[in-house]
Design a protein around this ligand. Structure first.
Ligand SMILES: Cc1cc2nc3c(=O)[nH]c(=O)nc-3n(C[C@H](O)[C@H](O)[C@H](O)COP(=O)(O)OP(=O)(O)OC[C@H]3O[C@@H](n4cnc5c(N)ncnc54)[C@H](O)[C@@H]3O)c2cc1C
Length: 445
């Protein structure tokens, strides 16, 4: 049972279903475009898609390779770095809803996958105590209950339900939060407004920090422009129109373009609280958390989508030998009663757990093996997540220092010809892990 069809859940469901495991995927939203997600694909995410055999999907969706990164202080370029950096693949901007739809299409081609869209998981089922009487610890998870009351038994529940994870909350798994007191206002500029700014952006990801505030500006894979304005959480509004506020931190040529933006082109921004954190434990018997549910990622330097894909890859590679290895799969049936074949579901689910009863000792052994694998998955992923989140914190800290200290901004801007190359070298030193991640565990032969 995979809960949540974001990058982590969709990739995991596809990898398991493609290998013949019976999978149910539950997603509360009807459309992927209903949620704003990251669209920066790093070499780390690209490597995961390659190893999943899904890189062909990238040729079918809107994608734009990034040409470089530029950092501007007080309207002056501090430094720019061209892509690709350090010999790794280029970063690109992709249309994430199209990638998710492509993965779902592949997954639905597997007869053993059931997709339930527009249904949220509200509760969890626990295994009746008598079946694992001497197990000691907390009861084993045995499935989920949907918001329409449907009970779905499962051998394993994987919570891929994002930063506000219901599954994490219901299981009481702790989240160590490290939320900076910041929020991002996301502005989407399309058509005429985007065309107006594209010549200045020129395929770059630009970060601008000045007296008026701090923001990121970049083109989207579909030809639009996205602007993320960083501010203190709950900051008061300003009577100054947005384009004028942006212009005040911009170099003259961009400022002129911003001030002449067609006023009708600007819709209200989407306000998103910056959240980041890490669950020290991602599992309990019968349950695993992956992606933002296990480690909410701040949007800084485009990591969350990439880490979610890598979580799914590692989890699938470690789970498959247990779920689909020699001998029978552990079954959830006989515990709660089956709800398979529900008319609200897409896919036939023909390979759902066989109702045939398995001997209790054999079943218990296989469930223990499965639970040990969940621990191994978290252990395999934690070092990379910790390393990446530490680098994100470091970079956010530097940006915040510049945003809050006008004297430092002015000093660095005035000495950009000297400070720029030094800061560029320092910035680039932190990039290898943010670009490629740590080496992935060796995959199956
Ligand atoms: C504005 C913004 C910009 C970002 N930029 C980037 C970027 O450029 N690059 C990058 O790599 N990352 C970026 N990120 C982060 C990235 O989007 C996330 O880290 C990534 O989407 C996490 O994937 P996930 O599969 O774990 O969770 P999500 O993508 O959050 O998916 C969770 C899914 O679970 C579903 N769900 C939730 N609750 C339930 C329930 N109870 N029952 C059923 N379904 C449920 C949700 O509808 C959702 O579809 C950005 C994030 C934001 C918000």
């Amino acid at each position: 049972m995979v809960v949540g069809a974001g990058p982590a859940g969709t990739a995991l469901a596809l990898l398991l279903a493609r290998a013949g495991v019976a999978v149910e995927l539950v997603e509360s939203q009807r459309r992927h475009s209903a949620l704003i997600r990251g669209d920066g694909l790093m070499p780390s995410g690209l490597a995961a898609l390659n190893r999943m055999g899904l890189d062909f999907l990238l040729t079918r969706l809107p994608r734009q390779e990034l040409r470089g990164w530029s950092f501007l202080l007080e309207g002056r370029v501090l430094f720019s770095v061209a892509e690709p950096i350090g010999g790794s693949a280029r970063c690109s901007l992709i249309d994430t809803p199209s990638l998710l739809e492509g993965m779902l299409e592949e997954a639905l081609a597997c007869p053993n996958l059931i997709l339930r869209r527009g249904r949220a998981v509200k509760e969890l089922l626990l295994e009746p105590e008598d079946t694992l009487a001497e197990s000691g610890g907390p009861g084993r998870l045995a499935g989920v209950v949907l918001d329409d009351g449907t009970r779905l038994p499962a051998v394993l529940v994987v919570g891929c339900d994002g930063r506000g994870s219901t599954i994490r909350r219901l299981t009481g798994l702790e989240l160590e939060e490290d939320n900076p007191p910041l929020e991002v206002l996301w502005f989407e500029l399309e058509n005429e407004a985007a065309a107006h700014l594209q010549p200045w952006i020129a395929g770059r990801f630009a970060t601008l920090i000045g007296d008026a505030g701090s923001y990121a500006l970049f083109g989207t894979a579909r030809g639009g422009v996205r602007l993320g304005w960083l501010q203190e959480r709950g900051a008061a509004g300003s009577p100054i129109p947005w384009p004028e506020r942006w212009a005040r931190s911009a170099p003259p040529e961009l400022a002129a373009l911003l001030r002449s933006l067609p006023t009708s082109s600007l819709g209200p921004p989407l306000r998103l609280t910056v959240r980041s954190g890490l669950a020290p434990h991602w599992q309990r018997p019968g349950l695993l958390l992956l992606g933002d549910a296990a480690h909410p990622m701040s949007p800084l330097r485009a990591q969350g989508l990439n880490m979610a894909l890598r979580d799914a890859l590692v989890a699938a590679e470690l789970l498959l030998p247990v779920l689909h290895g020699d001998g029978p799969q552990p079954t959830a049936t006989g515990l709660i009663g089956s709800s398979y074949g529900d008319p609200g579901a897409t896919g036939s689910g023909q390979a759902s757990p066989d109702p045939a009863t398995e001997e209790i000792p054999g079943r218990r052994k296989r469930l223990q093996q499965l639970d040990q694998t969940l621990v191994a998955i978290a252990e395999a992923r934690l070092p990379e997540i910790r390393a990446v989140q530490a680098l994100q914190r470091q970079e956010l800290g530097r940006g915040e220092l510049l945003r809050r200290q006008p004297w430092l901004r002015r000093l660095l801007a005035a000495t950009a010809s000297v400070s720029g190359p030094l800061l560029s070298r320092r910035w680039q030193a932190g990039q290898p892990t943010l670009r490629t991640g740590l080496p992935l565990p060796e995959g199956p032969a």
